[in-house]
Design a protein around this ligand. Structure first.
Ligand code: GUN
Length: 294
């Protein structure tokens, strides 16, 4: 038996359809078009692709995208000045500064400068703290997407043994908070974890966000487990051509898991859909409009 493939592309398309309908409700009933500012500093090729994809999805949902492409030599002061301008702009409901930033800019300082109410990435310490405290918060998009994918195969996570591989601020830590909120028993692992394969084998739910191509092998997976692969790694295939692989060796993992996300077409599309949802939610809060029931 092979695993159920969790089709992130289809689940994200359904979510985006609902968001588009709700954007139309907000626009028609309240005369406000939700908007997001996407800021790219420099020309990292992967970041450029992500930013283009985000802008296209924003437009397709009927929202406004304000795109800022700044040179790699931009100073921290200039970027802070742009953030201050966007914080003050009523048409901008969400602000996303694409990471990584060039070395002369302190990313923590930039994130801290963003109005927490417009922090659609959920990286501001106020939102991080609110999530950890169980308060309403803007939550990072990739963890939100992961949770929606998990919920497409599990009606409840209560009591599940969840193992998170990776402790990043963008995925590992926030997804841990979401899983705790769902009453899963969560173990967070990282590069220093002893016998990582054995820890992973305990998992009913394995979430992998470590950025190492095909690290997780079939014998790391408990038969029937649900596996969410957050990795997006560019590698050279046996044929010499570039290809994208996840952090899980999919072809062998699919033989053991109960359900698994593919790469591409798993978590990636969900991240973008959740960014749209965060922007819509933030806009409704800022304008005092009833939020989406999505
Ligand atoms: N770079 C890679 N992933 C992300 C993300 O989720 N948000 C931002 N701002 N930058 C990123």
């Amino acid at each position: 038996m092979t695993a159920t493939i969790i089709d992130g592309k289809t689940i994200a398309a359904e979510l985006r359809g609902k968001i588009t309908a709700d954007v139309a409700r907000v626009t028609q009933a309240h005369g406000h078009v939700p908007g997001i500012a996407v800021v790219l500093v420099g020309e990292d090729p992967a970041s450029s692709v992500y930013v283009r994809t985000k802008a296209k999805a924003v437009a397709e949902a009927g929202m406004r995208a304000f795109d800022y492409k700044l040179p790699a030599t931009t100073s921290e002061a200039d970027l802070l000045a742009l953030i201050a301008k966007l914080n003050a702009d009523d048409n901008v409901n969400g602000i996303l500064v694409q990471l990584p930033l060039p070395p002369q800019i302190d990313a923590h300082k930039i994130i801290f400068a963003i109005d927490a109410a417009k922090d659609v990435d959920g990286f501001h310490p106020i939102n991080v703290g609110r999530l950890a405290s169980g308060l309403p918060a803007l939550v990072p998009c990739t963890p939100l997407g992961c949770l929606r994918l998990v919920k497409s195969v599990h009606s409840t996570l209560a009591g599940m043994e969840a193992v998170v591989v990776g402790r990043s601020n963008t995925v590992g830590k926030p997804v841990t908070q979401l899983l705790l909120k769902e009453n899963a028993t969560v173990t967070v692992t990282h590069s220093k974890t002893r016998d990582l394969p054995a820890v992973c084998r305990r998992a009913d739910l394995l979430i992998v966000a470590i950025g190492k191509p095909e690290l997780v092998r079939a014998d790391w997976i408990k038969p029937g487990a649900t596996v969410i692969d957050v990795g997006i790694n560019r590698v050279t295939g046996d044929d010499g051509k570039p290809r994208i692989v996840g952090d899980v060796a999919f072809e062998e993992a699919v033989q053991v898991a109960g359900a698994i996300t593919p790469v591409p077409g798993g978590v990636g599309p969900m991240t973008i859909a959740c960014l749209l949802l965060n922007t819509l939610r933030a806009g409704c809060v800022q304008k005092g409009i009833l939020g989406p029931k999505i």
